[in-house]
Design a protein around this ligand. Sequence first.
Ligand SMILES: C[S@@+](CC[C@H](N)C(=O)[O-])C[C@H]1O[C@@H](n2cnc3c(N)ncnc32)[C@H](O)[C@@H]1O
Length: 549
Amino acid sequence: MHNVLSRKIKGLEELQRCLPDQPYSIILRLKLAKAFKALGYPDLAVGDAYKALLLIDEVLGEGEYYEEALRTAKSDLESIQANTAQDAFEVEDQNAVDWAKTSCSECAYEILVSCLIDCGCLRSAFKYNSRALREFPNTDHFKSYREILAFKVKSYFEANGETLDVADIEEYPDKGLVRRELYPWNHHEPNRFSPETIRLLNEEMKSAGPKLEVKVTTLPLLASWNPTSSQVKQLGIFAKEEVSPGELILREKSLLTAVARLHEFYCDACSKKLDEDAVTLTCDDCNEVFFCSEECLELAQSQYHPVLCGVSFEKKARPSEAPDVLYSLLLIRAMALAEVQGAHPLDLKEVRYIWGDYHGLNLDRISCVDSEEYPKDPFRSVPQTLPFSFNLNVLNPLNILLKMDVNIFEQSHRYDTWIFNTLYAKFRGTASAEQGRDGRPEIGAVHPLWSLANHSCNPNVTWEWQGSIKFLVRDSLVEWKGGEPKHQSGLLAGEEVLSHYCDVTLPVKERREWAAGALGGECVCARCLWEEAEENKDKDDTAKLQPRA
Ligand SMILES: C[S@@+](CC[C@H](N)C(=O)[O-])C[C@H]1O[C@@H](n2cnc3c(N)ncnc32)[C@H](O)[C@@H]1O
């Protein structure tokens, strides 16, 4: 890796290594935030600047971690004195409180507001900048952020044909896109193509789909921003033997599920729809979650529910935010699974091997990385494809962890913004969701084996999801004129299992729009290419028939 970049990343990793010994250090959080910002991750800087503000509140407000935070602030201040060769004086509690309240607080707000603006979280930036201005009314950078925010918000509303005068702060935009990346310091991501990984996945596959196997394959690279390569190595599912039409070839149950509506209607563990008349089981302690079977109740109690028992969380969302809320509920479930199992969330079996659809670009080759100077582009010219909001990527997960009685400072190595972002990246590429009658997503789930199947608009399987998820071999294939005459339903030994990420009865344009999110680009399967060419031919013929002016 390039010298400057690799030095900066090493510096960041050194700071991260200090966290277990100094979890309550405001200065360490601010250094981490600055390091993330300088590396082109304003979203990750937001996370640490916010934790610095939480620690400042602890020092000032005598909260749960008051003693630890104050003790650390005093020792940090003493080290600063020693390093700057100031006249050493004994640091009293009040000195540390004053220091936290002034220079630490100003620095934390400065990073938080500037990075929230970079991430498109204008509502949150506006709120924190207003607080900063109340505390530091004569500070130039908060005044200039107010101007920048006013301009950005005005431009946003004007672009939507509205005026700022009528806009309520709650209507300000509060989400943007950030880098979707296998972070260089993420040591939890396995080599998905190693024989060991393939062996492990196939061990799991033996019970879920005995006639199937996971193999490494090559797929067309669909991301339009990557001109360097046309193909990409990935995983896929293949038939080990011939399979007849109509056969059920995979049945997988997962606890990584999310229910965005009242729990009475769905099993909390597997998300199966509950029969209104059937006797359902519930957790005796909270009486708030329901289960379809003894098995699901037991799995919930042993794998995730104890830390969520009695914990309430907001599920209501504006219609435009409904899918994001479902992803955030999956994040909460992943944290609960990790907590009860004493595991790192990225090491969970439901999460570890699934594809995060990271950009895959070589960071060394991207412009801006070789400059020591502060990058002009806050994201260092790396494509931004991962949705980010202060609420869902920082605030909400930390609040839930606090409710789960997790010490968010001591457990930063398991619950940090980059870990939440990685989980979201994995869920966004692989989760299935089902809509309610009003069209809003109601339940979601990640099934790690099922999600290894690639897409085709001429799929050879269909899938059903009722508690467990199932692949059934199609009785008949989609009929399209350009289709190969050979093709009959059923699977041949060695044939790839091709699922569908969209409704395959739609015309090519709509199919491509629907599947683009899960595919990371426009589908180029044989059917799409043929139908697109036919449509273009029709357009050309129509154009030729137009009389010339
Ligand atoms: C749910 S995963 C499928 C499993 C994935 N191949 C893996 O290695 O885990 C979805 C990702 O697979 C890739 N993919 C699936 N079907 C594809 C297709 N027909 N063409 C190109 N890429 C495809 C895309 O990168 C997409 O983001």
